[in-house]
Design a protein around this ligand. Structure first.
Ligand SMILES: [Fe+2]
Length: 513
């Protein structure tokens, strides 16, 4: 089967082979083949050959020979890479190269979202000229120069996905905002508004475009005028759920039942400056132009109790596949527990507060996030803990830290892959509004109660030689491996300032409930 990717484009800010003066569509096709009749637990070689006729001359491109295997049966030992937040960041190619050098071939990759930065920019997936595009990094075909202390080292990434399936979750960077033929891709990426808001606009515009009962036309309009994950869905063939399609799904892979959720909100700045469209406020100059509002850090797909996704999850957690699986893992993008920045404000629908002056003009448009309405902590996590999920795996804040709840559920954020956005403990404080009269969002620590666990093999040390309960570094990159032969999750670190240094195993825990 072949499809043309419908939304991939380039623009002035692309690092692409050709330069673009304006937002321009790129002609990219995806070909898919299905190999059937594979023998259980046996991998076979494969090669991809692409032929075309060019001006009467036959041309042929051949890949090298790789391997493919059928979906593994329970009992087969597997090594699974837990990764996220690649986003063409500086250390990503080094990280994946070290995965391949340390582990060899992995049997699968669980990817907790944020694959690229702007999903509709084709070069970020395929051929960014800086050498660190998404697919090349995961194929060992990258060519990324990382400079540390004046020394440049070239990293190729790791040959991983030619041999193993990738199961991703949608992060905020897989979601594209309102479509425009000419605005920059970054503007379109940031310009996502909630679906419910687009429905209000649609009600007004419906009379003009007169769609009648054409539901498809309505859906297309709503998507083009709110947000979409089309490129992600077109690039990947994934397991699907009835309600969520590829957006949320579950799959049995050997001894693992992996449940993947669409739990992410748009990221906006924490700045309170008048010219910033942020988490906590609209821009001054937009007060009277609601068509330009960003609606705070709105959630793309609800996970609140009673929502379609939540109801699907409840059914999934009662399924035989889930109940019988040795390892029950749930993956989504937004952190339930973290020392990172993105845990504030709470994960809930922004509550809009508009203040008016005496003359009726708008004085401020603000957003608040009541902690008691945090859907991850209030609705999702208690459900996962109640059914014996052993591992909740996520990303988003670009650091490594882990937690264990009193029920024995492990929480792992292994997102210090390409870079870090820091850990907030002690003197290092998150940027939160100081003038919020109702809520005091947590400036430090994990606001959701659990204490971070100090890595048990080789933690990094702080200035006073005390072990750090996290890794948040732009020099040290981290990856984690689930080994289903013993249920261990082992985390490794590599210091890119010392390219010749060994990878260090720094933490290990077991999924053993
Ligand atoms: Fe993210």
């Amino acid at each position: 089967m072949s499809i043309q990717l419908s939304r991939v484009r380039e623009d002035e800010e692309s690092n692409s082979v050709h330069s673009y003066q304006q937002t321009t569509k790129r002609d990219i096709w995806r070909h898919e083949a299905i190999v059937s009749d594979l023998s259980e637990n046996k991998s076979i070689p494969y090669q991809v050959i692409s032929r075309r006729d060019r001006r009467g001359k036959a041309e042929e491109i051949r890949s090298r020979v790789f391997t493919l295997a059928p979906q593994p049966q329970p009992g087969v030992p597997l090594k699974i890479l837990l990764t996220s937040d690649h986003q063409l960041k500086p250390m990503t190619a080094a990280n994946l190269q070290k995965v391949a050098e340390t582990i060899g071939r992995v049997d699968a990759i669980f990817f907790a979202g944020d694959l690229v930065n702007i999903p509709d920019r084709a070069s970020e997936w395929f051929d960014d000229t800086r050498g660190g595009a998404f697919f090349p990094c995961l194929q060992g075909a990258a060519n990324y120069q990382l400079e540390k202390n004046g020394v440049k080292t070239t990293y190729t990434g790791g040959e991983l996905i030619q041999h193993a399936p990738l199961f991703p979750a949608i992060g905020n960077h897989e979601v594209m905002g309102r479509f425009s033929p000419n605005k920059s891709l970054k503007e379109q990426f940031k310009n996502a508004i909630p679906r419910h808001r687009a429905k209000v606009d649609y009600a007004q515009i419906a009379q003009q475009i007169n769609p009648g009962e054409d539901r498809q036309l309505q859906q297309a309009w709503l998507k083009a005028n709110s947000f979409n994950t089309d490129t992600y869905e077109e690039i990947f063939t994934l397991p699907q759920s009835m309600k969520g399609g590829e957006k949320y799904y579950a799959v049995t892979f050997g001894d693992v039942r992996l449940v993947v959720l669409f739990v992410t909100n748009i990221w906006r700045s924490s700045s309170l400056a008048p010219q910033v469209q942020g988490k906590y406020r609209e821009r001054d100059l937009d007060f009277h132009r609601p068509e330009n509002w960003g609606y705070g850090q709105h959630i793309f797909e609800s996970i609140a109790k009673g929502s379609p996704q939540y109801r699907w999850l409840e059914r999934e957690l009662q399924s035989e596949e889930f109940e019988q699986a040795k390892y029950k893992i749930v993956m989504f993008h937004h952190p339930p527990h973290t020392l990172g920045e993105n845990i504030v404000p709470p994960y809930t629908n922004p509550e809009q507060k508009i203040e008016y002056a005496a003359d009726g003009s708008i004085r401020s448009v603000r957003y608040e996030y009541p902690p008691e309405k945090d859907y991850i902590i209030g609705d999702l996590v208690p459900l996962l803990e109640s059914v014996g999920v052993q591992l909740v795996f996520y990303g988003h804040s670009h650091l490594w830290n882990r937690f264990v709840s009193p029920t024995g559920t492990n929480f792992l954020e292994s997102s210090n892959v390409g870079n870090s956005y820091g850990a907030y403990l002690g003197e290092i404080k998150r940027s939160i509004p100081k003038d919020n009269p109702r809520f005091n969002y947590a400036a430090t620590g994990n606001p959701n109660g659990l204490e971070p666990i100090i890595p048990n093999l080789a933690p990094l040390l702080d200035r006073n030689n005390q072990p750090l309960p996290y890794i948040a570094s732009n020099d040290i990159t981290v990856f984690s491996i689930l080994d289903t032969s013993d249920g261990s999750v082992t985390s490794y670190r590599f210091d890119t300032r010392q390219p010749e240094s060994e990878v260090v195993k720094f933490d290990r825990f077991f999924l053993n409930r």
